[in-house]
Design a protein around this ligand. Structure first.
Ligand SMILES: Nc1ncnc2c1ncn2[C@@H]1O[C@H](COP(=O)(O)OP(=O)(O)OP(=O)(O)O)[C@@H](O)[C@H]1O
Length: 330
């Protein structure tokens, strides 16, 4: 499938008329989960716009699975509020479950069943039957490229299992699809394929997926929240995130003596952080861009070196993650 090709998800519910601004499909307010003294989620506020592909990015142990389990009703929050599709998850759990599809981090199947038997069983458990169920199963098998495959699931590759897991999560034509680390066990080919399927759902079903893989978020998400140690450090559209951080990062390239210049820049009052860039340039995060642009040429001259480049930096999600979380990508 071409990356920008739209996945035609079969038998989706008719889309509601477009509101002026997308409404929030998931709204967490002050959501906290404690396991004894361990605070797994710490006053999480989150707002996921309808129709988005939302990346929930965080290192191992950040609290991603904990939040997804609360969203699906498998676990209860210690305090705080959670509304999904306008419904209170605690008080209206059965209604919420009818509208939500969920792929756990390790999907479990009966390994002796085929894909079509698995989807039929999942559909029946959701109350589908007859021609509606049969058509839906065939459509999803086609959609996930598992049609005509009569192998037992026990013989499936991990990529096929994940695709079947997504098909199973879509059986009830959910308005919200929750995916827990859907690509983490896949090789690059399987990952690309699954991300293309997820990207194809854009605008039809809101997709909320947790991951620790930055490139997955860059590839397919239009919005992202960064979670670390149970706290949401940032939440915005990808464009906002890049422009917010990019506008305040300056790249400086000099002919010699980059290390000494980096130390000099690090000592200025407008400097937040300094680190080396991938091409040997200095990347400085600054609080006052105008002051930095004014003073850096003088610092270069004091160091007796030559200025090759001074400009706003193109900033990657990896740089932003490093800056917010304070540690490299896991
Ligand atoms: N049932 C539990 N009892 C005690 N602590 C738990 C329990 N479940 C999760 N935790 C702790 O809560 C924190 C968040 O765990 P969680 O599994 O939600 O993180 P995660 O972001 O999904 O990590 P990973 O990417 O490794 O799956 C971790 O410190 C974990 O050890």
């Amino acid at each position: 499938m071409e990356p920008d090709q739209k996945t035609r998800l079969p038998a989706q519910r008719p889309a509601a008329p477009e509101p002026a601004s997308p409404r929030a499909v998931i709204e967490c307010s002050g959501l906290t989960k404690a396991f004894g003294r361990k605070i797994a989620l710490d006053a999480v506020n989150l707002s996921v716009p309808e129709g988005s592909i939302f990346g929930f990015l965080g290192p191992n142990g950040a609290g991603k699975t904990t939040l997804l389990r609360i969203m699906t009703g498998l676990s209860r929050a210690t305090s705080g509020g959670l509304r999904i599709l306008g419904m209170d998850v605690g008080a209206e759990a059965p209604q919420v479950r009818r509208e939500v599809g969920y792929l756990p981090d390790v999907p479990a199947f009966y390994d002796w069943m085929t894909a079509s038997q698995t989807l039929e069983l999942a559909g029946r458990l959701c109350g589908l039957k007859g021609k509606l169920l049969a058509d839906r199963v065939q459509e999803l098998l086609g959609f996930m490229r598992l049609k005509g495959n009569n192998q037992a699931i026990g013989k499936y590759s991990r990529g096929m299992r994940q695709r079947l897991g997504v098909a199973q999560a879509l059986i009830n034509a959910p308005r919200l699809l929750l995916l827990d680390e859907p690509t983490s066990a896949l090789d690059p080919g399987g990952r690309r394929e699954l991300l293309e399927f997820i990207g194809g759902l854009r605008g039809q079903t809101t997709v909320f997926f947790s991951t620790h893989i930055l490139s997955d978020v860059e590839r397919v998400c239009d919005s992202v929240a960064i979670l670390d140690k149970g706290k949401v450090l940032s939440q915005s559209s990808m464009d906002e995130l890049r422009s917010r951080h990019g506008q305040q990062t300056i790249a400086v390239e000099v002919s010699t003596g980059a290390e000494r210049l980096a130390q000099a820049i690090a000592g200025r009052k407008w400097t937040i952080s300094v680190r080396p860039g991938p091409r040997g340039e200095i990347l400085a995060r600054v609080s006052d861009v105008a002051a930095a642009q004014h003073e850096i040429p003088a610092l270069v001259s004091e160091q007796g070196t030559g200025l090759v480049r001074l400009e706003s930096a193109e900033i990657s999600l990896e740089d932003i993650f490093l800056e917010l979380v304070g540690e490299p990508v896991p």
